[in-house]
Write a protein of this length. Structure first.
Length: 192
């Protein structure tokens, strides 16, 4: 029962942080929305920052699992999987609940690089970079690490553009650029 309350609390906090921001979302609002008592909150988390970290960990796990499953279901070859990332992003951007990237927001609100919240955001981006690097290597990119960094710039840029403009089409533009990067990297090689 305690674990269910904790999970519900983390889920409620994540939804509120994603929609309203970390600093703007107070503990009282989280408690009111979740229906959890303050004593229960502090039984599981010593501070709001600990709750934020738990919410970010959950989002990291859920998002990465979802992204990878969607990419795998949409594409058969390594090259197609690398480009499918952008198709999945477009689907995400079209979701009425899309509020941008909670990790980009977290890094913005907690700007000190040594702040645990900022560190959690950076760890998510590093995990994404590693995944994109795996896709680039499997696709046969000449310098997969460089390509992964370039693709992450396209991914994060598309996320920010979609959030700011409300237009999901940036994912398609980013996909076009990613395809050009991949073709340039492969040279005469055929994509697997």
């Amino acid at each position: 029962m305690a674990s269910l309350r904790r999970d519900h609390l983390v889920g409620t906090a994540l939804a509120l942080f994603s929609k309203h921001g970390y600093h703007a979302t107070g503990i009282d609002r989280i408690l009111a929305e979740s229906g959890v008592a303050k004593m229960t909150l502090y039984k599981h988390f010593r501070s709001k920052d600990e709750l934020i970290l738990a919410a970010l960990r959950r989002r990291d796990e859920e998002f990465c699992r979802w992204l990878q499953a969607e990419v795998e279901s949409r594409a058969a070859t390594p090259r197609e999987r690398m480009l499918a990332v952008f198709d999945v992003l477009e689907t995400w951007f079209k979701d009425p609940e899309f509020n941008g990237c909670c990790f980009i927001h977290a890094a913005g609100e907690y700007g000190r690089k040594d702040d645990p919240v900022h560190v959690a955001a950076a760890e998510h981006k590093a995990r994404m970079l590693a995944y994109v690097g795996e896709l680039a290597r499997a696709a046969g990119a000449a310098n997969a690490d460089d390509m992964a960094r370039q693709l992450m710039l396209l991914i994060d840029g598309a996320i920010v553009a979609a959030h700011v403009s409300g237009d999901a089409a940036g994912a398609r533009s980013a996909r076009t650029l990613a395809e050009a990067l991949l073709l340039g990297s492969l040279g005469d090689k055929k994509a697997a």
